[in-house]
Design a protein around this ligand. Structure first.
Ligand code: NAI
Length: 340
């Protein structure tokens, strides 16, 4: 099979060596696959992308031999599944790879807040060893509220046990066996908001969950609550968050994700977007205000980004390519093999 691998760094190529040894012809490209360059890969039978490639109808038009898109991600909103189905192109993903990784990042953000780590380290770098204003708070004895008790939320609850935190959770589809095993209690959404000292979000972004942490939710929270969001930016209404931060209702926030995040990655993108209509400028402005607040700690959607998690992604992706080549597709999210 002729396989073009995109958005790939040199250390990642080793993961595909076995496929080459099995006779597949691989080419490696650091850039994303997109309409502007797709014609250069017209002979590809399979493409292996990350999330910054845009596998849309234009790209598919330029790849007449394409049979497989193997994305090195769980999400596949960068792939036009409908057009893939129509053209008989199979799409595979990596259903899970980093539940512990993202859960560890949650505590990275939380400890950054509870121990004022950013300010503390900045100070000593300047040669200032004064402790004034650095007093933090213990996690032990505080109540953690986890919204979404899937793979990541459960890992967060498990780690929180080690910190001696009280733990409550909300999920549309509760898992009583997990609650029993990990020793947390389910609450309804409003009760969780009223009880938690720290709230951590772990639901997918869907029409139902979009904006679920808005004015009404903040109103129900405890004074001085800490909010951690490593799920998706759209879950939180950033305007309501800014107000809650300004009023002191939210003591601090740790955010790995923001709405309009793909746009905010590059200032130049923001400038370009001013001439387009597709972005919500008020939200972009709110994102920028959040980025500069002393009690808001933002990471660039990097919760998944550890060597081990990336290796798991590569291993599953290589197995997806091999499985398809052998007529045994795995982790299929669209295409003839998924029943159309
Ligand atoms: P999962 O699918 O295992 O768990 C999601 C949970 O949310 C499920 O228990 C489900 O019942 C619950 N849920 C769904 N809709 C709900 C609703 N309307 N109300 C209440 N609960 C609802 O997902 P997983 O692996 O735990 O990931 C959670 C999210 O984390 C993902 O959707 C993704 O957006 C985000 N993520 C972020 C990463 C990062 O690097 N920041 C990396 C990987 C995932």
């Amino acid at each position: 099979m002729r396989i073009a691998v995109f958005e790939v760094e040199s250390w990642e190529m080793a993961a595909f060596a076995d496929l080459e040894a099995e006779g597949h012809r691989l080419s490696y490209h650091p850039e994303p696959l997109e309409a502007a360059n797709a014609a250069d890969f017209a002979d590809a039978e399979a493409v292996c992308t990350f999330i910054y490639s845009a596998v849309d109808a234009c790209v598919l038009d330029a790849l007449p031999h394409l049979c497989l898109v193997a994305t090195r991600s769980t999400g596949y909103d960068h792939i036009d599944l409908e057009t893939c189905r129509e053209r008989g192109v199979t799409v595979c993903n990596v259903p899970s790879y980093g539940e512990n990784t993202v859960a560890e990042h949650v505590f990275g953000l939380l400890l950054t807040i509870s121990h004022n780590l950013t300010e503390a380290v900045d100070r000593t770098r300047r040669g200032d060893f004064s402790p004034q204003g650095l007093q933090g708070f213990d996690l032990r004895g505080r109540t953690l509220g986890v919204i979404g008790t899937g793979a990541i939320g459960r890992h967060v609850l498990e780690i929180a046990r080690g910190f001696g935190m009280e733990r409550v959770a909300y999920d549309k589809y509760p898992d009583p066996a997990a609650a029993e095993r990990l020793g947390f209690r389910y609450r309804d959404f409003d009760s969780l908001l009223g009880q938690a000292d720290v709230i951590s979000l772990h639901v997918p972004e869907t029409p139902e969950t979009r904006g679920m942490i808005g004015e009404a939710a903040f109103a129900r929270m405890r004074e001085g609550v800490v909010l951690i969001n490593t799920a998706r930016g759209g879950l939180v209404d950033v305007h309501a968050l800014l107000r809650a931060l300004a009023e002191g209702k939210v003591r601090a926030a740790g955010l790995d994700v923001l709405p309009e995040e793909p746009v905010i990655r590059e200032e130049s993108e923001v400038l370009r977007s001013l001439f387009q209509q597709e972005y919500d400028y008020r939200t972009l402005l709110a994102d920028h205000v959040l980025l500069r607040m002393r009690n808001v700690f933002i990471t660039p959607h990097s919760a998944f980004n550890t060597r081990e998690a990336l290796q798991r992604i590569l291993d599953v992706s290589a197995a997806n390519l091999r499985g398809f080549a052998r007529g045994q597709p795995r982790n299929v999210v669209a295409g003839p093999s998924a029943g159309g």
